[in-house]
Design a binder for this molecule. Structure first.
Ligand code: FAD
Ligand code: DLZ
Ligand code: SF4
Length: 506
């Protein structure tokens, strides 16, 4: 009995359930670079290069451990360009008794798997993805019958389930969540930590040449290429974060600084999401740092919450709502995505910084995604589906299971409040408080209307006015609706005129 074990590009872990269930003496691993995956949205060049290089290194790692690995490169003349085509080719060539695979991270790919038994006339065994802390049936059970699916309550379950930062059945330090301590604005600092740089080796250079030739018309800079592409280097990147940035991770989680794309963030989501790092292992390492007294509790808790809380929660929401969530549009927004999301050509300093670093590094940190590009799109009434495709293509860590709930649910409130308790609408004052962008901006963050007013300001109040019937009943928005209602008619008219002028220029 021999099996064909398909390992996808975001399954590069030795602990993968399909590899655990397989027998290296008899079974054959298949890893494929396929045009369909690189182009179903036009991924950032650096993201494709990162993933192809990590896949090639993983194939080498498996071979070194004694596995038989068929690796199909993108430019192999026989490459059919799709998962289905490549599995069909391998089935015809090797006549396995069955196909074995770990469940896909995207509904689209899960649908492909579902058609294969009939198509190939072979059993196709799909195993759960045990790299996640919360099995999907457990999430479904948690969600069943609840009116609101709030992350905070799910997170507490995950703390109990993993025992992370627990003292018996109580949270360490007495509180579950120290977010209130995590809202400091950062100041420019000569000693700002930077993620380590990994020079491209021969494999990465070959992949970069391939990506430059095949995906030249995709968004993003290919060079400089600085990501880790092996497990050992991803672990080194995480270790550097723990040593240099973790102690202040909590404090500056929401901060933004001109010229500082990474601040005190971990810059590891691209490694976690493709399997080079294990989520539970990184959380245990962070807990150990706190236990050893090297990092404060607010930093350790903040980090662990992002991973066993948010990351697991959005995955649960994705599978609970798929398919269809990607078309939710609570506010009925239809405006096309402005060109500056690709070109960075805008006078808004905060947006320019976020898009520029996205183009350079295939990275922006959470507050830039949520409160700059996300909030602007929400206020301007951008079509959430177009925005979703933008986020999915431009970040090295983007896969639909994690990107979609963050974009459609958290940032655009397009699900009407299933995920977030209120829309992340904010005026320029928020960005001014958390960053130093406004000081260098051509717009005036203090002005509500007029040609020099920060565009976030009239758009914010116009958003409140346009959607008052949809948001007025939300207790967390009612105060803003009341404030708007108290504006004089002349001010309301100025807001409408200024907002229209901003929108006309998009
Ligand atoms: P850090 O800030 O250092 O956080 C540590 C880790 O926590 C991250 O690596 C990540 O694994 C996890 N994490 C933090 N916040 C979230 C969250 N909201 N959801 C899930 N995991 C989280 N994250 C992705 O991994 N892929 C995406 O495609 C993605 N798209 C997003 C789109 C929008 C509109 C928004 C608002 C957020 C998105 N996020 C996404 C969440 C978050 O912005 C990134 O995980 C984070 O910026 C990655 O950088 P980091 O590794 O430096 O994270
Ligand atoms: C994102 C991506 C890209 C760009 N290319 C490939 C590829 O050529 N082969 C592959 O196996 N996976 C790739 N991926 C990741 C897949 O899109 C991802 O595994 C599925 O969407 C399931 O989450
Ligand atoms: Fe952004 Fe407005 Fe500040 Fe300019 S003034 S940086 S547009 S928030």
């Amino acid at each position: 009995m021999s099996r064909l074990v398909l390992v996808l590009g975001d399954q590069l872990a030795l602990s993968l359930s399909s590899l655990k269930a397989a027998d290296k003496a008899r079974d054959r691993v298949l890893i494929v670079e396929v045009a369909e995956e690189a182009t179903y949205v036009r991924h950032h060049k650096k993201k494709i290069a990162f993933l192809f290089s990590a896949m090639r290194h993983f194939a080498e790692e498996l071979r070194g451990l004694g596995w038989t690995v068929d690796y199909v490169k993108l430019d192999d003349p026989a490459n059919t360009g799709s998962f289905t085509g490549e599995v069909a080719r391998a089935v015809a060539a090797h006549r396995p008794d069955s196909v074995l695979v770990t469940e896909a991270g995207e509904w689209r790919v899960a649908q492909m798997f579902a058609g294969w038994e009939a198509q190939f006339g072979l059993p196709v065994e799909v195993l759960p993805d045990t790299r996640f802390v919360c099995p999907l049936p457990v999430f479904r059970e948690w969600a069943e019958g609840r009116k609101a699916l709030r992350m905070e309550y799910f997170y507490r379950e995950m703390r109990r389930r993993t025992g992370l930062l627990m003292e018996g059945d109580k949270p360490a330090g007495g509180e579950w969540n120290y977010d209130a301590e995590n809202r400091k604005a950062a100041a420019p600092d000569l000693f700002m930590p930077r993620p380590p740089v990994f020079a491209p080796d021969a494999i990465t250079k070959e992949v970069m040449a391939l990506v430059a030739a095949r995906f030249d018309n995709h968004f993003g800079d290919l060079e400089p290429f600085q990501f880790a592409v092996t497990r050992a280097d991803a672990e080194a990147a995480f270790a550097a974060f723990v040593k240099r940035a973790l102690p202040r991770f909590g404090d500056y989680q929401d901060a933004m600084l001109e010229g500082e794309p990474f601040l005190y963030h971990a810059v590891i989501a691209q490694y976690l999401n493709c399997g080079l790092l294990d989520p539970l292992e990184v959380c245990r390492a962070v807990e150990a740092e706190w236990q050893a007294g090297r990092v404060p509790l607010n930093a350790a808790e903040g980090f662990i919450r992002q991973i066993i809380g948010w990351r697991e929660y959005v995955r649960g929401i994705y599978w609970l709502t798929a398919p269809g969530y990607e078309r939710r549009n609570f506010f009925e927004h239809t405006r096309p995505l402005p060109a500056f999301y690709w070109t960075a050509e805008t006078d808004m300093a905060c947006v320019r910084a976020a898009v520029t670093q996205t183009r350079q590094h295939a990275y922006a940190h959470h507050i830039q995604r949520l409160m700059v590009t996300g909030t602007f799109a929400l206020l301007a009434g951008i079509d959430p589906h177009e925005l979703h495709e933008w986020y999915l293509s431009v970040y090295a860590d983007a896969y639909e299971w994690v990107e979609l709930p963050n974009t459609v649910g958290m940032s655009q409130f397009a699900d009407g409040g299933m995920l977030a308790s209120k829309p992340y609408a904010a005026s320029g004052a928020y960005i001014n408080r958390m960053s130093n962008h406004c000081g260098t901006c051509r717009y005036d963050v203090k002005q509500r209307t007029g040609a020099n007013a920060c565009p976030f300001n009239p758009l914010y109040w116009d958003f409140i006015a346009r959607h008052r019937s949809k948001i007025g009943g939300n207790p967390r928005m009612a105060q803003m609706v009341r404030t708007y209602d108290k504006f004089a008619d002349a001010e309301k008219a100025r807001i409408a005129t200024s907002a229209a002028a901003v929108l006309a220029k998009l």
